[in-house]
Design a binder for this molecule. Structure first.
Ligand SMILES: *Cc1c(COP(=O)(O)O)cnc(C)c1O
Length: 431
């Protein structure tokens, strides 16, 4: 056996992994475009963009070059009392793409933290204005990260269970899925109408696609209405664009599909093209101004050792260079078109409960034929089905999905679709 895999067992603890039952981890030695290669030279098509982060393909030479140059120039500097060109350039450039009401960029280092920062900013914003607001509105089954604040505004599940008694309470409303729009809006209205003491600080949401919930999708008009209801009461809207940012939904940000604009925007994952860890929380001038004061107590006392890491910023700038190249949005539209066709092709299969796509994101929800655990029991089977075909397709329960790098080829996508069709065929044989 590969000694790396052996030593992995001896020394390493993996995320979201029951170490006692997991099979050997596959040792990846290099990546190129949409492919990853293991230590035996086997290639895998990375349709999940390595946990939804990669935009332009693995080990992209432009990003690698810019990170290398930055590492030789300035690898890191404390970001309190000091600044640097990559952080300022990135803020200036990103603000051109963010919704036009966005005004300031606050740096951190991952998606959960970008969410924590947004929640803390929202709460302190109200305090700085003399109001003690302590309630947050969030969607049922949401996922905003694994730190305590982010877990609190996420759905309660097996993942959060050991910590549930430590999490703060949140006003939960139904997601406005097709057919559920009115229920969702009514719940929002009832929460807002019930807020006679003005306790609600913010509404946080994953705009249009809820990743961890199973790539569940809902319509822009429905979210716009919910945002409008919050805006009427001056409740802050927090768009968690950690997964949906940077072209995933065929617009630069998912927030671009709505007419109402968020007050705070959380970014990570694709921010650096998926090369280095980095988080950003963007906010409006109005939020920024609530902290801008000669009173020290109004300061936002939050920061991380690696805040605005120069190499992370260089990587994000290089990724923006690539986003701005014409072929990137051409690819996004190409993938989006192929996904749509595939959805039409398989949506009526008896084993498909629902097939859906939004931009570059595709999900196939398999029908549960044997109680709720049927396909989760088969999760391993599905995972291995894709692996044996040289595809990394990590299902979310009974939901198979793709969120590929934009450089994925038509042939590679077809290969994934074909593996999905084979899976449906396999399930038919099993019944
Ligand atoms: C992944 C994700 C997060 C958490 O980001 P991490 O970098 O994994 O902490 C938060 N929100 C959404 C919508 C995500 O998809």
């Amino acid at each position: 056996m590969n000694t790396i895999v052996e030593k992995d067992k001896q020394f390493v603890w993996h995320p979201y992994t029951q170490q006692a039952t997991v099979s050997d981890h596959i040792c990846i030695v290099r990546g190129k475009d949409a492919l990853l290669y293991d230590s035996n030279g086997k290639a895998y098509i990375d349709v999940v963009s390595s946990w939804w982060v990669n935009l332009h393909g693995h080990s992209h030479p432009h990003i690698a070059q810019k990170v290398f140059e930055q590492a030789l120039t300035l690898e890191h500097v404390i970001f309190a009392g000091f600044t640097h060109e990559p952080a300022v350039s990135l803020a200036e450039r990103l603000l051109k793409y963010l919704p036009e009401n966005q005004s300031k960029i606050f740096y951190s280092d991952n998606g959960s933290t970008a969410v924590e920062v947004a929640l803390k900013m929202a709460i302190q914003y109200w305090q700085n204005k003399g109001e003690y607001r302590k309630k947050i509105i969030a969607f049922e089954h949401a996922y905003h990260g694994d730190t305590f604040g982010a877990m609190s505004v996420s759905g309660r599940s097996a993942f959060t269970k050991p910590f549930d008694s430590f999490l703060f309470e949140v006003e939960k409303i139904a997601v406005p899925f097709a057919g559920q729009e009115e229920i969702s809006y009514a719940q929002m209205q009832s929460v807002l109408d019930g807020d006679i003491e003005n306790q609600i600080a913010a509404f946080i949401y994953e705009p249009l696609v809820m990743g961890t919930a199973g790539m569940k999708m809902y319509a822009p008009e429905a979210l716009d209405k919910l945002m409008g209801a919050c805006k009427e009461k001056n409740i802050l809207c927090i768009a968690d664009e950690v997964m949906t940012g940077f072209g995933r939904t065929s617009r630069f940000f998912a927030s671009d599909h709505m007419s109402h604009k968020p007050d705070l925007v959380c970014l990570s994952k694709g921010l650096t093209g998926g090369t280095l860890p980095m988080g950003i929380t963007a906010c409006t001038e109005e939020i920024y101004q609530a902290f801008y004061s000669k009173e020290a107590s109004k300061t936002f006392f939050h920061g991380h050792s690696f805040t605005a890491n120069p190499m992370g910023c260089a990587s994000a700038l290089a990724s923006l260079d690539l986003m701005e190249q014409e072929h990137t949005f051409k690819n996004i539209n190409r993938i989006s078109g192929m996904h749509k066709k595939f959805v039409l092709d398989i949506k009526d299969d008896i084993h498909v409960l629902e097939a859906r796509s939004f931009g570059t994101i595709l999900a196939v929800e398999l029908r549960d034929t044997d109680g709720s655990s049927y396909f989760s029991k088969n999760r391993e089977l599905i995972y291995n089905h894709f692996l044996s075909r040289g595809i990394i397709g990590r299902p979310l329960g009974n939901i198979v999905y793709a969120i590929p790098p934009y450089c994925i080829t038509d042939e590679q996508l077809e290969c994934f679709y074909e593996a999905c069709r084979d899976l449906l065929f396999l399930l038919k044989k099993n019944i």
